[in-house]
Design a protein around this ligand. Structure first.
Ligand code: MD3
Ligand code: FE
Length: 204
């Protein structure tokens, strides 16, 4: 897909462990919450939190949006760790810092339906995805909902930069290969996968 750059093994095992340590601190300050679908209130199977000045949230009343505070604690999101800002500088080719890092936790049975990321004002900036833990079977289509899709596996340490045409491509997570990674150790009982997406939300 044009504008999409897949960087397998971008984070080595040591960098993955450093990122897990940073995430433990983030989750201690900003616990995972369960977002809900607009109008229906149906819960997502993916648990979420954020770091950085803005975070993505969703609930029945307010729908999908970015806001500066955690929806349950009302506290500001914790800062983005330097290693994430560094990954953005290395991979994004975008001359302004990211504003939001959405942290998605997939338990082994979690999925994410086919969707586009379109809650941001600035589609000129790419979305940077970093995967940790269990492998995800990911689905990628084109910029319309109909049309062919293909299946791609994302493993712990992989990075994907979604820029150009791929920035508005349909994508989702079909399934998590439970037990495919031991990265999280005794953190996150039940294991699973964490995906981080770094985003620019506002136009600079
Ligand atoms: C688009 N997250 O939070 S990472 C999301 O794995 C989200 O948690 C997924 O979709 C996750 O909105 C996907 C971003 C990603 C990765 C590869 C892609 C988006 C992509 C390839 C093509 C198009
Ligand atoms: Fe997405």
């Amino acid at each position: 897909m044009p504008g999409c750059r897949y960087v397998p093994g971008f984070l080595d095992r040591s960098a993955q462990h450093d990122l897990v340590a940073a995430l433990r601190g983030i989750v201690a300050e900003a616990p995972f919450f369960t977002p809900r679908m607009p109008r229906t209130g149906k819960p997502f199977s993916v648990a979420m939190t954020n770091c950085g000045p803005l975070g993505w949230v969703s609930d029945r009343e307010g729908g999908y949006r970015y806001q500066a505070s955690h929806p349950e604690t009302d506290r500001p999101w914790p800062p983005m760790p330097d290693m994430l800002l560094e990954a953005w500088r290395l991979l994004s080719a975008y001359p302004h810092p990211p504003e939001a890092c959405l942290v998605n936790h997939y338990r082994p049975a979690a999925k994410m339906g086919l969707h586009r990321d379109e809650d941001e004002e600035d589609f000129a900036a790419p979305v940077l995805s970093l995967s940790l833990g269990d492998t995800a079977v990911f689905r990628v289509g084109g910029t319309t909902r109909k049309g062919p899709t293909r299946s791609v596996k994302l493993e712990s340490g992989d990075a994907v930069v979604l820029g150009g045409d791929s920035r508005l491509a349909y994508h989702g997570v079909d399934r998590i290969l439970a037990g495919s990674s031991t990265l999280f150790g005794d953190w996150l009982p039940g294991g699973g996968r964490i995906n981080l997406t770094l985003r620019r939300v506002t136009r600079p």
